[in-house]
Design a protein around this ligand. Sequence first.
Ligand code: GRF
Length: 196
Amino acid sequence: MFKIGVMASGGGSNFKAIIDRIGEGDLEAQCKFLIVNNGGCGAAAHAEEYGIPVHHISGKTHPDQAEYESALLSVLDKYNVDLLILAGYMKALPQSMLRRMPNRILNIHPSLLPKFGGKGFWGIHVHEAVVAAHETESGATVHLVGEQIDGGRILAQVKVPVLPDDTPGVLQARVLEQEHNLYWKAISDYAKELSL
Ligand code: GRF
């Protein structure tokens, strides 16, 4: 049984999907904490419902950069997790965190990377760009987090069709549904690769 910690900023549907798979016994892991940068987000509400400790750490709670980084690192120290899972975490991680967990931080991105990744490609903007480019397929990617935004090793991808009448919002919902099937499996496979 390996240990994960999750970081999220938004609705938390990916976080919830992971926790549900743990609950169902499909993903043999324990979730030790959730870090949010927005205390009122949906992800925090899910964590409270499931009894998972929530740590709210942001530029607001810790305006001083050194204290902000040290608050994040102290959560990692406290729980000593095997993998850190970014599930819709909308802020770049500081170098100190990347250095603390090399090849142990995973992210999910709502496009077929390397397409539609990097600066500016987040949230609905990804799907707007895919629709504007008249792509016929899109999808989601689970990848390792390194110094380059959306640039780490790709661990898993899922494809979905882009239909002629799709709006960015319709496409986003189709991709998100598939993210929920993809992420837990990619975590499970990567944990096996690392013999966790
Ligand atoms: C997902 O589309 C994910 O790919 C991206 O942020 C979104 C998070 O959605 N990184 P949710 O908060 O898990 O519902």
